[in-house]
Design a protein. Structure first.
Length: 165
């Protein structure tokens, strides 16, 4: 198990390879890489540019965390996943600092003998990370900075795992 909170970028391919290096019992590695998204207006009127042609509403994002507490929260999430699924290795990386659209922001990878265990544990870790790890996001927009509130959809995604306790 390895958890990192860092400013530096990461190489997802190298992280995936490291989870199964030298092991012949790993049959699956499931991973998720999250990117900073330049949210764009979905519908700004008939004369406005929308979608890929629209100017971004998010120009950058700054992530802050509570050092020490954040790593412990991530480790507790990984420990809970280990208690639910038969997994051989886990790697979680979450970046902090100022990031721009397209930058990698989070990485979760899980190694197991079988894909079902790897997929479920990876999704569980990501869902819980979004709701239980102490990170704060501030978006830079053309109108100024704004702190991002927790999303109800993230709480719902994490809540579906509670029935499995």
């Amino acid at each position: 198990m390895s958890v990192s909170v860092q400013e530096a970028d990461f190489d997802a391919g190298a992280e995936i390879a490291a989870l199964s290096a030298g092991r012949d019992d790993v049959g699956a590695v499931a991973s998720f890489t999250g990117l900073v998204r330049a949210d764009k207006p979905a519908d700004a009127g008939a004369d406005a540019r929308v979608g890929a042609d629209a100017p971004p509403t998010v120009q950058a994002m700054t992530l802050e965390h509570y050092p020490g507490m954040t790593e412990k929260a991530l480790e507790a999430i990984v420990d809970e996943a280990r208690g639910r699924w038969d997994i051989y290795g886990v790697r979680v990386i979450h970046r902090v600092g100022r990031l721009v659209p397209g930058d990698r922001i989070v990485f979760v990878a899980v190694a197991s003998a079988h894909r079902g265990e790897a997929f479920a544990a990876c999704e569980f870790i990501m869902d819980y990370l979004k709701t239980r790890a102490p990170f704060w996001k501030k978006e830079e927009t053309p109108q100024g900075g704004r702190w991002v509130d927790a999303r109800e959809s993230d709480d719902h995604a994490a809540g579906r795992w509670d029935a499995g306790k």
